[in-house]
Design a protein around this ligand. Structure first.
Ligand code: CP
Length: 324
């Protein structure tokens, strides 16, 4: 267990050692148990977290705010458009100033080519830890919750086969952050990770290289497939979700049009039957019901999406308590 995490930023899981990530999982399970028992755990009494959102959220906002309240502190919700950011407040000013009012800064900024840079610029100017609540490249808290759910349900993740797959959606061109963060984290835990997508829906090549290196170091494997059904075959965990084809075109309308060629990439009962009998279905949500996944799968016995969403709370409380 690592005990020197105070002040650390959480921008990607890749920047934390395996031992440090194990500490997060351990603390998350402890805090989950303490909440279930009704044991007070006001570890951040009198501390304040600023949550700056440039994009909508259900789970992230609600779980971070609940996390701070349960830890005895307070979270202030700041919507970027209600601030003076569009009138000139730079990342440096946000880091310097909000860092002086608060004990932690958490940011969601998913604009392509902007978000990660912005969060890092704020972090460089901030005297308090900065947390990435999702950028265009990474969603660390989502995948920590995903890993916690896998460990709770399946035990030791080493050797499990996980299919991180593209699926069709119509709602919007979703960021690459979840699939990229999944292939980076799950390969570090010795899993056999498949990334399945149509040719136009590539992830950043450096993420694939890092995932390959992680798999080599951890004794797992990493492969890329382009056949939706093949990705499900004999998998222990399936995570079919949509993302945009930002590396093929920067135009969201064109991306949506390309996606229509793959509108049959829906997670349904036939595909689930290709996976192992005890395979688990995960999705970060929100999902396009009836388009990305059928109701029978999303609400079915193999779906762990509500435990997964709950684990956002516990994983985040662990990181907040350890870093703030
Ligand atoms: N999974 C997730 O990040 O959900 P929200 O976009 O609702 O926060």
């Amino acid at each position: 267990m690592q005990t020197h995490l105070r002040g650390r930023d959480m921008i990607t899981t890749q920047e934390w050692t395996k031992d440090e990530l194990d500490t997060v999982l351990d603390v998350a399970l402890d805090l989950k148990r303490r909440r279930a028992l009704g044991e007070p755990h006001a570890l951040l009494r009198d501390k304040v977290l600023a949550m700056l959102f440039f994009f909508s959220s259900t789970r992230t906002r609600a779980s971070f705010e609940a996390a701070m309240a349960q830890l005895g502190g307070h979270a202030q919700f700041i919507e970027s458009k209600s601030t003076q950011i569009s009138h000139g407040d730079t990342a440096t000013e946000i880091g310097e100033i909000l860092g002086r009012y608060n004990d932690g800064l958490s940011i969601r900024q998913v604009d392509w080519g902007v978000g990660n840079r912005y969060i890092r610029d704020v972090a460089a100017a901030s005297r308090v830890p900065v947390h990435n609540m999702q950028c265009e490249q990474f969603h660390p808290f989502q995948v920590l919750a995903d890993l916690l759910t896998i460990i709770e349900r399946k035990g030791d993740p080493r050797g499990l086969t996980m299919n991180v797959s593209w699926a069709y959606a119509q709602s919007y061109q979703k960021p690459l952050s979840v699939p990229q963060s999944l292939i980076l984290l799950m390969t570090r835990y010795g899993m056999n990770v498949r990334l399945t997508h149509p040719p136009e829906f590539k992830l950043l090549p450096e993420m694939l290289d890092q995932a390959q290196a992680n798999a080599r170091d951890a004794g797992g494997s990493f492969e890329v497939l382009d056949d939706f059904d093949a990705g499900f075959r004999d998998a222990d965990i399936v995570y079919p979700k949509s993302w945009g084809c930002m590396l093929t075109t920067p135009d969201p309308d064109e991306s949506a049009k390309i996606g229509q060629n793959y509108s049959d990439w829906i997670a349904d009962e036939r595909r689930m039957a290709l996976a192992r009998d005890d395979a688990m279905y995960l999705h970060c949500l929100p999902a396009d019901r009836g388009i990305e996944v059928t109701d029978a799968v999303l609400d079915g016995p193999q779906s762990a999406v509500f435990d997964e969403a709950e684990n956002r709370l516990h994983a985040q409380k662990a990181v907040l308590a350890l870093t703030m």
